[in-house]
Design a protein around this ligand. Sequence first.
Ligand code: AMP
Ligand code: MG
Length: 514
Amino acid sequence: MLPISLTHQFADRLPELAHPWRAEPCPSAQLVVLNESLATDLGLDSDELAAESGVDLLSGAKLPASARPVAQAYSGHQFGGFSPLLGDGRALLLGELETVQGLVDVHLKGSGATPFARGGADGRATLGPMLRELIVSEAMHALGVPTTRSLAVLTTGRPVFRHGREPGAILVRTAASHLRVGSFQYAALRGDEALLQRLADYAIERHYPELADTDQPYLGLLRSVISAQAHTVAQWMLVGFIHGVMNTDNMTISGETIDYGPCAFLDVYDPATVFSSIDSESRYAFGQQPVMAEWNLTRFAETLLPLLDDDPNRAVDLAKSALEGFAGQYEQRFMRGMYAKLGLARTPAEDCDEVRGTFSNQDAVSASWSQNLPLNSLVHDLLDLMQRRKLDFTGTFRALTAAADDELEPLRAQLATSNNANGECRTGEFDAWLERWRAQRPDASVMRRANPVVIPRNHAVEQALREANAGDTAELFALLEAVTDPFTERTDRARFAQPAPADFTRYFQTFCGT
Ligand code: AMP
Ligand code: MG
């Protein structure tokens, strides 16, 4: 019996964006990881999924006659250049699962070349990068960051040639939807307003149903996506996550983080950090992410103009005023998170009240003056010190958590390992900051919930993947267990909390489309 029953609403309602296609035959698929807790949350039976018929379904190899998988069409700005036709070159949307949380897309990545595969691309994926997406997406979920999820990784039995012969694999991804800014760019490019409106209505129905009966549903959609992305990118910045390839085809309408390709977590705090081998101009550097999100949202707004108002000038004014809300919303969310990371009792809004009197429109907080709030300057001064002393981002916040409990040794240890060779940071500067911060009576219990012990550190991920590629998955499962329980301190997981050796980070690179 088939363990999943799917609807095909996307394919039915947006056939112009859905190319019917089948997965490559996959006679010897094997499960490497099945995410049982996610399966349970989705109302699926793990035993059934792990059985032969489940594996047939998850690999796309044998689908029931009623199944109608599609490759989705979309456009996208890739590193600033517009590609009118991208689409799922190696992925398929199997359909939507009806769950208690609403519709959830079930999607295969690495299921074989589709008509969107360009330049002879093979449509396949290798085991390492699919496991990498699974580890990082599940870690992000556990950290509270909106994200697509990973239900399973399977090997296909097909060899794939990248850096030599590697095991072929499929990732089974679930998502609130796979609608992206690039989907709207594709529809807008067709010049078919009815199609654009159908897409916008579908996006509203799936993600922002409360907008359906409002006077301005499409302006509401724009505002909601801006708000969702401001939240998500602020969460990235609070956990030190670098997406690496924030092209408009990789930015969702739901606000979920999607497409874990060349992503990585920061070790040392430095906004200029880039790991992606192809991001030669640092477009998607850590500190650039809010700026690039706003750039992508501007591209999204452009697609919606025909739906915003019949008068093109008025449509532009509406879009501009919505986009102006991004910076303030981002700053608010980032600062709220930073206050929690520092265990500060007051919220940024309370801090604002004190300085500016009653603060009514939170969306309109300008990033420039909010930096001058007293507690905000505490945050910015810390980040500045961390950057100059080359401190480990996650480790420093966790050491500060201990310091809030009057346990100063971990912080001393962090500072001792920091690189201050250039004498850029005067001795005592950190102590002065510490005194200011402790005067605010930081709450360690708040900090313990806001500062993870374990993130998927690059060297730990690479080691787990190397061993899994060689057939030994013990380290992979140990790492998965640790990153999906990130706020718990456990001595048997101490190795996952350690920063990478400096040499590792210096030469570490991530790759796209592997
Ligand atoms: P990504 O960087 O994963 O967002 O992919 C960008 C585009 O390249 C998408 O249209 C993918 O479908 C396509 N792509 C990446 N790798 C492959 C591959 N091995 N075969 C076919 N298409 C691919
Ligand atoms: Mg993509």
